[in-house]
Design a protein around this ligand. Sequence first.
Ligand SMILES: Cc1ncc(COP(=O)(O)O)c(C=O)c1O
Length: 450
Amino acid sequence: MVVRLNEKDAPKIVVTPPGPKSLELMELRKKHVPKAVYNVTPIFVAESKGSLIKDVDGNEYIDFATGISCLNVGHGNPEVVKAVREQLDKYLHLCFHVTPYESYVRLAEKLSTIAPGNLEKKALLVNSGAEAVENAVKISRRYSGRPTIVTFEYAFHGRTRLAMSLTGSVQPYKYGFGPLDPAVHRTPYAYCYRCSFGLEYPACNMRCVEYIRDTLEIHLSPDEVAAIIFEPIEGEGGFIAPPKEFVQGLRKICDENGILLIDDEVQSGMGRTGRMFAVEHFNVVPDIIALAKSLGGGLPLAAVIGRVNVMDSVHVGGLGGTFGGNPLCCVAGLKAVEVAQQLLGNAEKLGKLLTSRLREMYEKYEIIGNVRGVGLMAGVELVKDRKSKEPAKEERNHILTGCHKNGLIIIGAGPYKNVIRFLPPLNISENLLNKGLDIFENAIRTNPAK
Ligand SMILES: Cc1ncc(COP(=O)(O)O)c(C=O)c1O
């Protein structure tokens, strides 16, 4: 198919979205797909390329959502597509457990090499972020012989039973799906804008870290704790970027107690923050990393990367799956990693532009209570009033819809449903980034609650 999207005219709204074709497809969707499978926009897509999406009614949008951070290398990245096309003519599926193939091993080699830490690592390939998290926990329990996993408020780790047990918010993720995994203990994250202890950074002396120490003294026995799992920047939880001391404190606690540190890079990894792994900003080396989303360059692929002695603590046959590291996904992943590595400088540079424009908006619009993030992983938290910090939930939805109607695909986050997240491709042009931000600013300006 010839892709006709071009940056010069973008975005282009020819009929107010959702147009008639999207509406028709939405009716079909309502009839055949369960309502629980949510949609953020009612817009059905015809094609996408780079940073642009065209809908079935001919509207063109700038994409700041990238399929929830799965397209760091852009829609239909030519190098990824070429690798997949070449693979299509060779073989589609073999199952690595039955007849192995080179691309799986090469990708495992690549990931083990680029993951932080000057130590030997190995990587297991799976299909989704939740599956990577499940396996990371399985491995940590097997290695340590301990059951308990410490996780954080507002965390999101996926929708399978164990992953949702680790996830913070009950609605909509866990509601009615119990019983959940019993050996999960939750503790406050360094959400400094709404500190769980009512303190202010840095005067707080990292109470949230010290609280984990107290917990290991009073509520949990360290020799029953297998791992602490954390996101270096909480994603669904509202793009919460903690202070350096928080992540460094977790590492220290783990070291003191023989606990493994599992770093969930599903959303923050693959160059999103200007480093391949967000944890690199904290100068911390985790024991296990869960990676997914952008790893497959648009195809479903995930990985668990860890220290050799940890990964090899599991008996033969204890890990795997039919489709994990599917050949098409592996060749796509090899290219996606290579391209993302080349885009780190761009992510850092454009990340500065993004946050400086968001900070300018903070100065102008009272509704913006907080601007935060690292690189091209930025979020704004909207409040009705800066003093009370009452979440501006309806206003957030109004702003999102305003963006969609004017040619910007952008999504929300946060436990209070009042955060807007910015996840453009790492190779978006400055021009499109600015145009998208203009649409966002206009939606804030025209929001009745400003
Ligand atoms: C940090 C994090 N972990 C895990 C997951 C689950 O990934 P998946 O939806 O691929 O199962 C997500 C998804 O948004 C995520 O953001």
